[in-house]
Design a protein around this ligand. Structure first.
Ligand SMILES: Nc1ncnc2c1ncn2[C@@H]1O[C@H](COP(=O)(O)OP(=O)(O)OP(=O)(O)O)[C@@H](O)[C@H]1O
Length: 314
């Protein structure tokens, strides 16, 4: 198995009396990793501790095998960061800013300038790169932020809400790009997001954090295996007969207030349901099958942690 990109042992962070991170021990292999959790769960604190931007109160951690408290240039050269908030320098043009970030990470001016233009091309930024970032739209700022995270050719980039404020086509472009970084360039990505669908699309591994603790850490493949689909059945009449038939074949059935019957299954299709209906001579009914994937697992993980979830979090 490859070297973990992140390893933590009992990592904790307290602000005054607020425990933002609580005894986190985790080992994360390379790839595209989604960091999920509701507001205030501790995602940003976790990332900032890994980046040595916050000093943990307890525990230790290594990023790409290097202790986070070792203030060495090497770790800055190998890790890129796109923070949630704007981080540009007022008055600087996009290309000047990305070049400057490359220099801060140890590149010469000429190498940084060349690479800045390549990265601005990659994120889909055109001639706007010569304008002051102060005049940029939210989408353009997000692109500039991603370009600066990549400018020094890091082995790992850490992105906090990288698609915030992007319109659908901009979001699609950036998501595809982030999704390709590991597969095509060997750059691991840790992406913190509220958008479960985005994470599900581009990540091969998920960490869920709640109340400062990791409550789930699994590959997408493992999650797929655990995934349950929800099937709802809307019979035209004789609901009790459908219910009895489903129960007789060993299914737990929930009777919903809208008259539908709800069943959980691990089957990909509804052939099993059609078979039961046919065996019991039941007339056709409307069937609604929904893939209850990451969304359901997210809620289950949070329920275990007792962290309340706001509608906006899912
Ligand atoms: N500098 C700080 N001083 C005091 N409390 C803080 C500070 N930074 C974070 N916190 C608190 O620590 C907890 C975790 O915050 P954090 O920003 O890490 O959560 P998050 O999961 O990134 O949230 P969001 O999704 O809303 O950005 C919250 O209760 C927050 O209010």
């Amino acid at each position: 198995m490859s070297e973990p990109i992140i390893q933590t042992q009992g990592l904790g962070k307290t602000y005054g009396t607020q425990r933002a991170l609580d005894n986190v021990t985790v080992s994360v292999p390379p790839g595209t990793i989604g960091l999920l959790g509701p507001n205030g769960a501790g995602k940003t604190t976790f990332l900032k501790c890994l980046l040595n931007l916050e000093m943990p109160t307890t525990g230790t951690a290594q990023v790409l095998g290097v202790s986070i408290t070792a203030q060495n240039r090497e770790s800055r050269e190998r890790v890129g960061y796109g923070p949630e908030r704007d981080c540009h320098i007022p008055g600087m043009a996009g290309c000047e800013y990305v070049t400057y970030c490359g220099q801060l990470s140890g590149m010469s001016f000429h190498a940084a300038r060349q690479r800045a233009h390549e990265m601005l091309d990659l994120v889909g930024m055109g001639q706007e790169r010569y304008r002051s970032i102060d005049t940029y739209s939210t989408g353009m700022r997000q692109r500039a932020k991603l370009a600066q995270a990549l400018v020094h050719d890091p082995k790992l980039i850490i992105l906090d809400e990288p698609t915030n404020g992007l319109d659908p086509s901009g979001r699609e472009h950036i998501l595809r790009l982030i999704g390709s970084l590991w597969k095509e360039h060997g750059i691991s990505v840790i992406v913190s997001s509220h958008l479960l669908h985005d994470v599900e699309r581009i990540c091969d591994r998920v960490l869920i954090i709640a109340n400062g603790r990791i409550v789930e850490h699994a590959s997408m493949a493992e999650l797929q295996k655990r995934r349950k689909r929800v099937v709802e059945l809307s019979p035209a009449g004789e609901v009790t007969r459908y219910e009895a038939a489903l129960r007789a074949s060993g299914h737990a059935v929930e009777h919903l207030s809208n008259g539908r019957l709800r069943v959980e299954t691990q089957e990909e299709d509804v052939g099993w349901l059609l078979q039961i209906m046919s065996q019991h001579g039941l007339p056709p009914a409307d069937i609604f099958a929904s893939p209850d994937s990451l969304h359901g697992l997210f809620l289950q993980a949070l329920a275990k942690s007792n962290q309340p979830v706001e509608a906006a979090d899912v």
